[in-house]
Design a protein around this ligand. Structure first.
Ligand SMILES: [Zn+2]
Length: 467
């Protein structure tokens, strides 16, 4: 008897957690934090719907916090088994999990100082010690499709998913223990990248499987033909003419590297002048190093740049800052320059200090390269508000406000169908997950229309028999 239970990533894009049970063994695939609305975030504080100590192993598809940010919580609650993941994902988790723990501690601290807690003192969901304990459980494996043993009766193969550095599709094979018996094969798409994305390879052809879980973030949307490079070149050229600074708020892991790659390309093709590029984020600098480390992840172009002993993420005049003093000294720089700093939605981090100087400056430009969630300062600026509150100060917005689209790391529904068309045999059942309800339903419809397969949109906490 084998089952799968859906404990997150259904009805929402966050909180991914899928529990496979087979012959008394339990393997959790992804262990993400719920994010967004309050009802979702409160789930992080409820007792998990499984006993953490009873989990034999965890498989992680990629490093994003909505797939990994609950790991230190289950470790805090008693999980002590291996966490199997690709090598690049393991390296990125060493940067992301301690940072997530610091944010949890700051949040608890804030609630204590403002008496926003019924528990006194408020405890964090987890702390840095829990994050370190989690990192000690990591078992990195190559993202190369070779099966590895997860625990008794469970094997898994990791293949490039093309979403972010290290992201994997994972085929889990559950052995029934009989020499003549066939294993139950369950393929998890993880988050799928789109084809021809910079830096990482295209998603690998899906291996044959009995069951398949398919993400549906863009189940009801298409990316369209957006030429992000042309947009970015125009913005940088205009800003250079004004001789003003350009501030790009960007998440330190992933988006920062994509932006750097694009700026270097534009410089080399002489589409923009060479400007000083300042990476004001220690996390971004660490992540950039991870990007060059594992060549199984790199697409042909990235690999060929590396082969010419060049750094694909290094622009012609680039500096990174680590200390706060260095960061402050940047403020004395004059003239056109590009500053990349986190957080990406102006919700915290060093970018706020830059924003306080850049926003009131008529010659300056702020460029958004990622989704700005409702309620964030980034969204307010993007929506054209003339004044925003940053660190208790009202800051007038007089700078140029720009947006470059097309940086999404997700396949749209047509790209998902293209990926699925690589399957040689029909799966018994497909589950569409990791989408808002409309997107998951739409993706299910597209798969039924295109292939005529059996597709289910699972519900939160639903368990399905796989035998
Ligand atoms: Zn992701």
């Amino acid at each position: 008897m084998a089952t799968i239970s859906f404990y997150g990533g259904v009805g929402t894009v966050t909180g991914s957690k899928y529990l496979l049970e087979h012959n008394g063994k339990k393997v959790l695939v992804d262990c993400g934090l719920f994010q967004g609305h309050k009802e979702l975030r409160e789930r992080n504080w409820q007792d998990p719907p499984f006993v953490p100590e009873g989990i034999d192993a965890v498989i992680i598809t990629h490093a994003h916090i909505d797939h990994t940010g609950f790991l230190p919580r289950i470790v805090r609650l008693g999980f002590n088994g291996p966490v199997v993941t690709s090598r690049a994902t393991g390296d990125l988790l060493k940067i992301l999990l301690p940072d997530s723990a610091r944010l949890q501690e700051e949040d608890a601290d804030y609630r204590n100082r403002h008496n926003l807690t019924s528990h006194s003192p408020a405890l964090p969901l987890y702390d840095e010690e829990d994050a370190r304990a989690t990192l000690a459980l990591l078992r990195p494996v190559p993202n190369d499709g070779n099966p590895v043993e997860i625990c008794e009766g469970f094997k898994a193969s990791f293949l490039v998913a093309g979403h972010i550095m290290g992201a994997s599709l994972v085929l889990v094979e559950m052995d029934n223990g009989r020499p003549d018996g066939k294993p139950v094969r369950f393929l998890f798409s993880g988050d799928l990248g789109h084809y021809d994305q910079a830096i990482v390879k295209d998603p690998a052809t899906p291996p044959d499987c009995d069951y398949l879980m398919c993400e549906s973030t863009y189940g009801d949307r298409l990316h369209g033909d957006i030429d992000s490079e042309t947009q970015m070149a125009r913005i940088i050229n205009e800003a250079a003419k004004r001789n003003g600074p350009i501030l790009i708020p960007a998440f330190a892991v992933g988006r920062t590297q994509e932006v750097l790659y694009m700026i270097r390309e534009l410089e080399e093709r002489k589409k923009i002048p060479i400007l000083p590029v300042i990476i004001d984020s220690p996390m971004a600098a660490q992540a950039t190093q991870v990007y060059n480390r594992w060549n199984e992840e790199h697409d042909l172009e990235y690999a060929s740049i590396l082969a010419h002993k060049k750094h694909p993420l290094r622009t012609a005049s680039m500096m990174t800052t680590s200390s706060r003093d260095e960061s402050k000294r940047l403020n004395e720089m004059k003239g056109a320059r590009i500053i990349i700093s986190a957080s990406g939605m102006l919700t915290g981090g060093r970018v706020l200090h830059h924003a306080m100087r850049v926003l009131p400056n008529e010659n300056a430009t702020i460029v958004f390269v990622g989704y700005q969630a409702a309620g964030t300062t980034g969204r307010r600026v993007q929506d054209g508000e003339r004044e925003v509150r940053i660190m208790k100060n009202w800051i007038p917005v007089r700078c140029h406000v720009e947006k470059v689209e097309g940086f999404s790391a997700h396949a749209d529904w047509k790209a998902v169908l293209r990926w699925l068309s690589g399957l040689k045999t029909t799966p018994k059942m497909v589950f569409t997950t990791h989408g808002e309800p409309d997107a998951a339903e739409a993706m299910a419809g597209h798969i039924r229309d295109e292939f005529g397969w059996n597709v289910i949109v699972p519900e939160y906490q639903q368990t399905v028999d796989l035998t």
